[in-house]
Unconditional design. Structure first.
Length: 69
């Protein structure tokens, strides 16, 4: 039996949706992409990879804030 992690499936969907040209998207299409990306974020956030990404982004944001002073 083949099993696919839901987060991986959503990541593939996001990748395919974002490859399309911007001009070809309707408002509904853009809203659907946002919902899928938010769902992906909710699934990734509690994982160790999500926590590591949050840590890295926090350090980058802190560095940018300090560089702007």
């Amino acid at each position: 039996m083949l099993t696919i992690d839901v987060a991986v499936l959503l990541a593939v969907i996001v990748f395919l949706r974002l490859r399309r040209r911007t001009e070809a998207r309707s408002r509904f299409d853009e809203k659907l992409t946002v919902v899928v990306v938010l769902a992906l974020g909710v699934l990734i956030a509690p994982t160790p990879a999500g926590q590591g990404l949050l840590n890295i982004l926090g350090q980058v944001a802190g560095g940018v804030t300090q560089a702007g002073r």
